[in-house]
Design a protein around this ligand. Sequence first.
Ligand code: IMP
Ligand code: MG
Length: 177
Amino acid sequence: MAGNYSIGEIMIDQEQIFKRAAEIGKAITEDFEGQEVLMIGILKGAVLWMADLVKQIGLNVYLDFMAVSSYGASTKSTGAVKIVKDLDIPIEGKNVIIVEDIVDSGITLNYLKNYLLAMKPKSLRICTLLDKPSGRRIDIDVDYIGFTVEDKFIVGYGLDYNQSYRNFPYITCLVDG
Ligand code: IMP
Ligand code: MG
């Protein structure tokens, strides 16, 4: 995103997100019936979506968080992933669900998936608020997808540009000019 930009129209509003959180929460509840799940939110972008989602899961849910470095102050991925905050809870033998804000190139999730699989969870699934398939550079299976978005730079509902706009209660994008 070059120098001048403004905030676009609302693409997905709060009501649509709540509705989708309820649908995916129900799916997770059914998929793991009679079991427990450990949700690992990826800071900071996934926090708003994760908060909506976990309230819709009718199981014993444990929460943990990881932070990874991704884009820095640019809108293009560097391809390098670094763990900035690691897990607090051991995941061996647990049903783990990674909660992300957006899957773009797939590099972050591919790295995290391999990192977590090495710790021998019982199962490992991925849930993302947004999927941007046009950006994909690594093929990755995503189990629960909130919404699929076009090739735009998305902000709001946890997603940032230079750490701004995370608090918007809707999903929008940056537009040139
Ligand atoms: P990936 O590794 O390219 O899949 O990117 C994953 C991370 O990049 C996400 O968790 C976001 O933090 C960030 N990201 C990717 N696309 C966007 C976007 O459109 N808006 C804001 N952040 C993005
Ligand atoms: Mg992120």
